[in-house]
Write a protein that binds this ligand. Sequence first.
Ligand code: SIN
Length: 528
Amino acid sequence: MTHRDHDVLIIGGGVAGLTLALHSAATRRVTLVRPASDDRGASRWAQGGIAAVLSPQDDFAAHVADTLVAGDGLCDERAVRFTVEQGPAAIEWLLSLGVPFTRDITPDAAYPYHLTREGGHGARRVIHVEDATGRAVLDTLKAHAEAHPAITVRDDLTAIGLIGDAAGHCRGARCLDARGELTALMARDTVLATGGASGLYRHTTSPQPASGEGMLMAAELGAELMNLEFQQFHPTCLYDPEGPPFLISEAVRGEGGRLVTASGERFMLAEDPRAELAPRDIVARAIDAEMQRSGAAHVWLDVRHLGEAAIRHHFPTIHAHCLSRGLDIAHQPIPVVPAAHYSCGGVATDLDGATSVPHLHAIGEVACTGLHGANRMASNSLLECLVFARSCAARLASPAAPSSARLVTVTTGNTRAAPEQVHEWRQAMREVMSRQVAIVRHDSGLESADRELAALAATVGPTIQDAAAPDPALASLWHALRLARLTVASARARRESRGLHYNPDCPHHGDTAPRPSRCRLADLETPA
Ligand code: SIN
């Protein structure tokens, strides 16, 4: 294994990782490990936009209040306030880099850029680039990072684990190159920006979702994980069994799209006074219930009443994608289903992204800052990526003294398993999670998920521990499988229904004050 020394090592090149790199590069030397697949990660597929208080008719208190309501009692109010208050400066920074946000061309516009609405927001506060915001932000950040003299981008490496020392500090990461050679990137500070865990599920809103690899790598060093049971399902993914996953942005409902049954009836009106713009947990559950009731494979999202010109103006990407799949949304309703979209839980951090492991930070979807509570409000995630990347950079600008304790020997070399075998194991895990640990979870289903995942882990584990040549697909599966088990354990431990965690065997909020769930990898390894 070759060793290389680095100053700040960032693992992950979505909006959070790139924002941190650009800010940190003012004071530190930055190495960013950004495999090509990051271009297909969650940031790129974020359509709707970035929530921030920008209109003179909006205010911080309203954005805070809406976020707390959506989070169903489990947000950390300090994190919410911090994020919301830092929002306008983060947007100013993106504008200074040249992100081409969509302008508001109406003559009496109160703010120069168009602000759309999404579920849970009581005001128009989502700034966007047409209906492809993530792509535009990512491309802009990437161009700046690639041109920056203090940033080295390594797109030839995949991180498969972190390196720790005897003092319990993080000292870098183990990575694989395309030839399967191991490289140890030793670093003074390491930051995970590796995305969430939607890939634990069969149907997702993006084609190459992360499966919680970063969360598990942090847990292997002893970091605390939080709120894993709160996995968000986006209410409206295009129902297209033969095609790639494709999101139909919540902004479509924000601009007036209606959810209807096969007979054209608007079923959200009976569910919640906010109807289609209720928070995501409520809308996704209502769609799931409607599909169960009717036996249909999807519901419909109807935008025809908005008119073709408005549809093409606001949603050019969605319109074009659907047309390419044989569906003209100006004249036909859109078949939609909920799909795994965002992990509200992750590595527990403070307001600067610091984890419980010294010299290890986590930002973006891999982290759990307390902002989202039991259910993330739409478009608060890109905001969180920006705000916490900026605060993390400020903290890293005055680095703590590095540890000089001896390194802990890494024992997890991996055997190579046949790709078909790894694929089969991954499908088995996703099947269990999608069947038993999705929008509705029953006690009996969680119990059987626990058993089935433990049995799968007992099969996969020995192939990992047998050492020898590494295999990135197997390493990723092993991370995902243990995270799935911790997710089930967190879901079993929550004896109430709250936000995204709905269990009909305990359908109400609990009696005591709501508390985040916390776990460590050692919880799995300790016999019950
Ligand atoms: C969407 O456009 O609906 C996705 C944006 C988000 O998840 O916040």
